[in-house]
Ligand binder design. Structure first.
Ligand code: HEM
Length: 162
């Protein structure tokens, strides 16, 4: 309830809310998940650099759950809403679409990388895990951070009246 007031979204809600009533909140929810994932990945890296394996494992596991929930929310949102045109005009458009394209492509690329990285970790293959993880980690952080930037540009700076 607090979050709904904080976001000042004027959507009439039934109790319990239907999926159609929840849909307008999903982009905000997704931005929070992406922010949390980026912070958890950063913390997980900090912990492993400091030889804290338990905390590293916990942060990475929560980041994985967070990004999975994000993916489910994102697919639900776009299945219902489709594509909303970007309202920005001028030079911001090539910047926005380059950012969006890199975000979407890398989001697909990292899925098998994340699963392989986790697989190597849980099977105790700690020669392969760090080697792959050094690619997975920065790409995953890039996808999370660009997700938040795309949200800020599309939903807060360049808002359409649709
Ligand atoms: C997809 C999630 C994960 C990512 C992105 C990730 C990332 C990383 C990275 C980047 C390193 C190398 C750090 C360095 O440069 O020194 C590393 C090392 C390590 N990770 Fe993960 N990690 C993940 C999940 C896990 C899990 C689930 C575990 C535990 C089961 C784990 C256990 C370890 C251990 C023990 C090392 C140190 C290996 C060594 O001795 O060199 N990681 N991880």
């Amino acid at each position: 309830m607090f979050i709904i007031r904080f976001l000042d979204l004027k959507v009439p809600a039934t109790n319990p809310m239907t999926l159609d009533e929840i849909i307008p909140y999903l982009p905000h929810f997704q931005a929070m998940l992406n922010t949390a994932a980026a912070l958890l990945l950063g913390a997980g890296y900090y912990f492993i650099r400091n030889k804290k394996r338990g905390q590293h494992r916990l942060c990475m596991a929560i980041a994985l759950v967070t990004s999975t929930v994000f993916m489910v929310s994102y697919l639900t949102y776009h299945a219902r809403v489709g594509y909303l045109p970007f309202a920005g005009q001028g030079l911001i458009r090539p910047f926005y679409f380059t950012l969006l394209a890199s975000h979407v492509i890398l989001a697909a690329v990292i899925v098998p990388m994340v699963f392989s990285t986790v697989y190597f970790a849980i099977t105790g293959n700690f020669s392969k895990h760090p080697r792959l993880a050094r690619w997975t980690l920065p790409l995953w952080i890039y996808v999370s951070v660009t997700g938040v930037l795309i949200y800020i540009l599309g939903f807060h700076i360049y808002t359409s009246e649709i």
